[in-house]
Design a protein around this ligand. Structure first.
Ligand code: MN
Length: 195
């Protein structure tokens, strides 16, 4: 019997709906190939590991080595791909999340500038995250490779993937341009629901 506890999250939009911010080709490779491979590798590594039957988040918090790397990438990409909406109708945070952004960063514009700066300045492969601490205070963190803020006791809300596979087909070396464009497709209702 094959042990396949984790499966790929459904995209809440068509594969070409994020273009031109993220092309259909990038979604096809990033979601269909990279994320699927992390899931396959995680499922293959679980039997006999002691992590069978644990939640994905618990595995990310507790595992090390190859199991952590693949579980982290499954959780990171699941949060990443479900935070977008079709291009063409950019929105902004509202409600309690908007209030917290203003309180903790000064303004939505100041928050976006800081988030992009931390994404552009992350050396090598990794992720930039907006998270909430136990008191609801918002923080921006950089995580290398498969890192996820749940390892620091934070609740992840929003993330930009700065691995080259996330943008190279569309933007080549221009990571800052890719990050600046991503705001156009963020579904702030999803981000707020995580807060
Ligand atoms: Mn990725």
């Amino acid at each position: 019997m094959t042990f396949n506890p984790f499966s790929i999250v459904a995209l809440p939009y068509a594969q070409d709906a994020l273009a031109p911010v993220i092309s259909a080709q990038t979604v096809a490779f990033h979601y269909g190939k990279h994320l699927q491979t992390y899931i396959n590798n995680l499922n293959a590594a679980l039997p006999g590991s002691g992590f069978e039957g644990k939640s994905l988040e618990d595995i990310v918090k507790e595992a090390e080595g190859g199991i952590f790397n693949n579980a982290g990438q499954v959780l990171n990409h699941t949060l990443y791909f479900t935070q977008f909406k079709p291009a063409g109708s950019p929105s902004a945070p509202s409600g309690a999340l908007a209030d917290a952004i203003t309180r903790d960063f000064g303004s939505f514009e100041a928050f976006k500038e800081e988030f992009q700066k931390k994404g552009a300045g992350l050396f090598g492969s990794g992720w930039v995250w907006l998270s909430a601490d136990a008191q609801g205070k918002l923080v921006i963190t950089q995580e290398t490779n498969a890192g996820n803020p749940v390892r620091r006791g934070l609740k992840p809300l929003l993330t930009f993937d700065v691995w080259e596979h996330a943008y190279y087909l569309d933007y080549q070396n221009r990571r800052p341009d890719h990050l600046a464009a991503l705001w156009e497709i963020i579904d702030w209702d999803v981000v707020a629901s995580r807060y």
